[in-house]
Ligand binder design. Structure first.
Ligand code: SF4
Length: 636
């Protein structure tokens, strides 16, 4: 049956809201397929505003892959701002997709990509606006399957009651597999109804269906066990790993936003995974092993993507881009190719020790010599050992001095506060390091015109990392240390003016901590916050710490128990039945090593240290060099 476009009703509301263009759709490279000629229909949601959601790579990749399938359609939906939400409620307009403005409730699947837990309340708004019951248990045969993916889905327990299903890991192949299961189930006349479909997905072992698992608790609140409540459902659910990135060169046709967005460039993922072993980094742990895209595929993707989009900036994405085995060749090849054009290159993430200035020069050949960012993360040598960020002060100073000598005037240093075992002196170390950076810059250039900006984020212990057992620092401690750091920098007459400091207070990290390591009981807090008006929690102007604390108190959830409490080795963690491939004993040993300042090398260049991922997942590290070169293109 055809589904009518909601646009005529939506259009009447748009003159009354901010940035109406974000709801209009029709971006270059967007796709609208005929509803009646498809059998499986996905609504893909990035649960944040259009300006953040549109550039999201995961959504763009799935959107393109699903739309390439015959009989399958995918459209996008984003969180609407509160002004439009109020109008949609008063005028009875439901949550819509931006592509063909179809009602989200008409789709077979609502697939949500969660990069951060702070999008959970936005999911509830979208469900409610769509007319989909918030709790999975209340949904009927006509409601879509609500499916979560993305990094935050590695512990979906706090939102388990709101989800029908979740998938872990790379989405390309599993999205196609799910589509096929739904297509077959529909072709057979939807046997068993909604539960019949969920059962088929759960039995595959690659899709987690929370309602097929029961959680038992000890009297003291700790989890006793998580067990399947029906036969045929596996005890553990495994993550998905795409092994040959060259076979999946997406996005081929990047979406070009209509409204202003946070990134306006064509991003090519040059490798996936990271084995540097930074202990705080959930992304690095859950995306192992390293799989590089070959230099030739990168070159082809850049050429095709720039042609298809008209973007004049190309970002080479990954968790640590300078670590690609042929990054020098990639940078030089692309810089040669686009020399004299207005296409510039950027390397969004890099590490001090992998960075070299030749590389930076290649990247700035066609563009601005903008600021360089380095992330030592910890302020003292001891702290960096604890977190396994193997950067010495000497490395940092040498690299930064070279950058200043080569013409950069501004560097940015990124740190975290509240790390496990951290003491006041470790945070004071940030001030010392920043001053040494400026001193070295002045000596290297003979000029006082050098600056650095220190940017500090609050540390949140994450599931599937060695710090999953750690007690999170309370926000009072974090705030006290940051205040002392600010005073130390401000009060310095020689260097204070050359050093900028950016940080947030420690409260949002506590809420993120509650959601990151929460279990199913935390779902009630999320619902209470949402009912009290909680929206866009990732935006400081919308976030309310008090609202979260009031909601937790109201439903009887002890926030400290979930955040600042250190866990014992054998405590069952809410995500233990969700398998990221990492061996639990290895993670515990790595936590013990952290406390004892023992470092672990990168297994790309040293023997495997048995983290468990490759044998469990049947994967292996895939790195170059291929020895190939990029051919310059004739620029017409
Ligand atoms: S199993 Fe070994 S080679 Fe594979 S990611 Fe872990 S440490 Fe590295």
């Amino acid at each position: 049956m055809s589904v009518e476009s909601l646009f005529p009703r939506l259009e009447a509301l748009l003159p009354r809201v901010q940035k109406p263009i974000q709801y209009v759709g029709g971006e270059l490279n967007s796709t609208v397929k005929d509803w009646d000629e498809t059998t499986v229909r996905w609504a893909l949601m990035y649960p944040d505003a259009y300006e953040v959601g549109l550039p999201n790579q995961g959504v763009q990749i799935l959107y393109e892959i699903l739309n390439e399938l015959p009989e399958t359609l995918a459209e996008r939906t984003y969180a609407v701002w509160p002004d439009l939400e109020a109008l949609m409620r008063s005028e009875g307009v439901p949550q819509f997709t931006v592509d063909a403005h179809r009602p989200v409730r008409a789709f077979d699947v609502l697939g949500l990509s969660f990069s951060t837990e702070l999008g959970y309340t936005n999911m509830l708004t979208a469900l409610d606006l769509a007319g989909i019951p918030l709790e999975a248990a209340d949904r009927g045969e006509d409601d879509p399957i609500v499916l979560a993916g993305g990094h935050a889905a590695f512990n979906p327990e706090p939102i388990a009651d709101f989800l029908d299903a979740a998938v872990l890991g790379d989405g390309e192949q599993i999205a196609i597999a799910i589509t096929e299961v739904i297509r077959e189930w529909k072709a057979e006349g939807s046997p068993g109804g909604r539960d019949g479909l969920l059962m088929r997905l759960a039995e595959s072992g690659g899709v987690y269906v929370p309602k097929f698992y029961d959680v038992d608790y000890h009297p003291d609140g700790r989890i006793q066990r998580v067990a399947p409540n029906r036969s045929g459902v596996p005890w553990r659910i495994h993550k998905h790993t795409v092994m040959d990135l060259d076979e999946w060169p997406y996005p081929k046709k990047p979406l070009v936003p209509l409204a202003e967005t946070v990134h306006e460039r064509f991003s090519v993922e040059i490798f996936r995974g990271c084995t540097r072993g930074c202990r705080f980094c959930q992304a690095g742990m859950i995306t192992r092993p390293v799989r590089e895209r070959s230099i030739t595929t990168i070159g082809d993707m850049v050429e095709a993507g720039v042609k298809a989009s008209g973007f004049n900036e190309v970002g080479l994405l990954s968790l640590s881009s300078a670590d690609h085995s042929e990054i020098g060749e990639v940078a030089k090849g692309l810089a040669d190719r686009y020399e004299g054009t207005n296409t510039s290159l950027s390397l969004p993430s890099t590490r001090v020790d992998a960075f070299n200035i030749d590389l930076a020069n290649e990247f700035s050949r066609n563009g601005r010599r903008s600021g360089l960012t380095f992330a030592p993360e910890g302020g003292s040598e001891r702290m960096r050992k604890v977190i396994n960020k193997m950067v010495t002060e000497e490395d940092l100073i040498r690299t930064v001095s070279t950058a200043y000598t080569q013409g950069w005037r501004q560097v940015k240093l990124y740190f975290m506060c509240g790390l496990p075992t951290e003491e006041d002196a470790d945070v004071q170390g940030i001030a010392d390091l920043a001053k040494k950076v400026i001193k070295a810059g002045r000596e290297a250039t003979g000029s006082r015109d050098v600056r650095c900006t220190v940017s500090i984020g609050g540390f949140v212990p994450k599931p599937h990392t060695p710090f999953q057992w750690a007690g999170q620092a309370d926000h009072e401690t974090v705030d006290r240390r940051l205040k002392a750091l600010k005073e130390a920098l401000r009060g310095d007459r020689d260097y204070g003016r050359a050093i900028g400091l950016r940080y947030h207070d420690g409260k949002p990290s506590i809420v993120e901590g509650l959601l990151s390591r929460g279990d199913r009981r935390v779902g009630e807090v999320i619902r209470a916050v949402w009912a009290d008006g909680g929206r866009f929690d990732g935006w400081s102007e919308h976030f309310s710490y008090q609202r979260w604390m009031d909601a937790a108190a109201k439903v009887g959830v002890d926030v400290d128990w979930y955040t600042t409490r250190e866990r014992e080795e054998n405590e069952v963690l809410p995500w233990d039945h969700l398998d990221a491939g990492l061996d639990r004993e290895w993670l515990w040993q790595d936590w013990q090593d952290a406390v004892n300042d023992v470092e672990v090398e990168d297994c790309r260049w040293t023997p495997c240290y048995d983290c468990g991922v490759c044998p469990t997942m049947g994967t292996e590290i895939q790195i170059g060099p291929t020895g190939k070169k990029l051919l310059p293109l004739t620029v017409v």
